[in-house]
Design a protein around this ligand. Sequence first.
Ligand SMILES: NC(=O)c1ccc[n+]([C@@H]2O[C@H](COP(=O)([O-])OP(=O)(O)OC[C@H]3O[C@@H](n4cnc5c(N)ncnc54)[C@H](O)[C@@H]3O)[C@@H](O)[C@H]2O)c1
Length: 393
Amino acid sequence: MRIMITGIDGYLVLPLTQHLASLGHEIAGVDNMLRRKMVGEMGSLSAIPIEPMAIRLQAFYDHFGDKLRFYQGDVTDYSFTYEVMREFKPEAIVHLGEIPSAPYSMINVHKSNQTMMNNIVGTQNLLFCMRDIVPDCHMVKLGTMGEYGTPNVPIPEGFFEMEYKGKKEVMPFPRIPGSWYHLSKVHDTQNIMFACRIWGLRSTDIMQGVVYGTRTDTFKDDPRLRTRLDFDEAFGTAINRFACQAAIGMALTPYGKGLQKRGFLPIRDSIQCLTIAINNPPKPGEYRVFNQFEEVYSISDLALKVKEVGDEIGLNVQINPIENPRVEKEDHFYEAEHRCLLDLGYKPTHDMKKELRFMLEDLLPNKGRISSRSHSLLPSIRWSGKRDKCRPL
Ligand SMILES: NC(=O)c1ccc[n+]([C@@H]2O[C@H](COP(=O)([O-])OP(=O)(O)OC[C@H]3O[C@@H](n4cnc5c(N)ncnc54)[C@H](O)[C@@H]3O)[C@@H](O)[C@H]2O)c1
C-alpha cells in the first residue's frame, strides 16, 4: 500500500515507518523538523541521542531499501501538501505531524495560537487534498484520550446512543479537554467528522493514551534509527520524566495528590494498533473512533512502578510530590471503553515493568545528557499563566 506519514521525524513515527516498510509498504514521510526546534526552545534535548534526518534516512535505506521517500516541509503549507499528495497519491495517510504538548500550548497566547494553527490547519489541508486528489484514501488521525477529559461517567469509543420519543440517535460523546493543545485535537475531530459526512471521505480517529518505551519489535540494532525520548516539562510525559529522574538519582516529582488517572500503552503496542487500523479501513463516508490504550494508571502508580524497577537495578529511587501546575481533577473516576482494536486482533503486551526496565537501560548510559538539562525536569508552566518553578508539597 502507498502510505503517507506526517511527522516522520517524531517519537512514534520513525519506528512506525520501519515497521510498515518491513511489511513491504511504500512510504512518503513528511516532517518540518519542528519537534527538534521546540525541544531546543525549552532549553532541552532528547535524552537518547538522535541523528540528523539525513543520517536517519541513510540508515533507513541501508535496512529497508528504497521504501521511503522523504518530503521536508510543513503540512500547514497547502501548496506543499498538495504537491506531495499529487505526486505520491497515498492510499492511506497516517497523520501524526502535529504539536503534541499540553504545557507548550499553555505558555502564552503565541504558543496557544501556534498549536491551534499548526494542528487544525495541517489537518484541514490534508482533508481538502484528500477530497480533490485521493477521495478513497483512508486517514488515520492521531487524536488523544485527553480530548474526552475526565467525566464522572464511562467514556465510550467516540459515540453514545440517545433515545427520544422511541427514536434512537447516535451522538458524538462530549469532549471536556484540559488544555489548548487538547482543544486543537477536539477541533480536528469535528473537522474530520464533517469532511466524512459532507464529502464521503473515510477516517479512523485514534484517541490515543500516553505512549511510553524506547524499543519496538522492528527495532534494528542500529543507533542511527533510535527514536527520541524527551524529558523537559513541555515535551516529556510524566513517565519519561520519572524514568529520567530515576536515572540521574533525582527524586520523582508527581504533581499534587498524584491520583490523576490516564490510559497508557507501550510504543510497540501503539505501532501494532496503528497497523491494524491501516489494514482495516472504514467504508467510504465512515468516520470512526478507536480508543487506543492498554492499561489505566494513576500518576502515583507510575511513580511507584518506576521506583520498583529502579530499586530492582540498584537505583534507590525517592518520590517527592510537588505542586500541580495544571488545573485538573486530582482524584477522579476514570473508565473508558477500548474494544474496537481488540475486536480487530490487537494483542496487548501487558508488561509495563519490562518496558520500564528497557527504558532505564537505555537512559543510564545517557545520564550526562539528562543531568546537563536537569533544570528542565521541574515544571514552571502553570495553567494560570504564571511562570515560576513548582515547589515541593
Ligand atoms: N506520544 C504520545 O504519548 C501521544 C499520545 C497521544 C497522542 N499522540 C499524538 O500522536 C502524534 C505523534 O506524537 P509524537 O509523540 O510522535 O510527537 P512528535 O512531536 O515526536 O512527532 C510529531 C512530528 O510531527 C512534526 N510536525 C509537527 N507539525 C508539523 C507540520 N505542520 N508539518 C510537518 N511536520 C510537522 C514534528 O516535527 C515531529 O517530528 C501527535 O499528533 C500527538 O498529539 C501522542
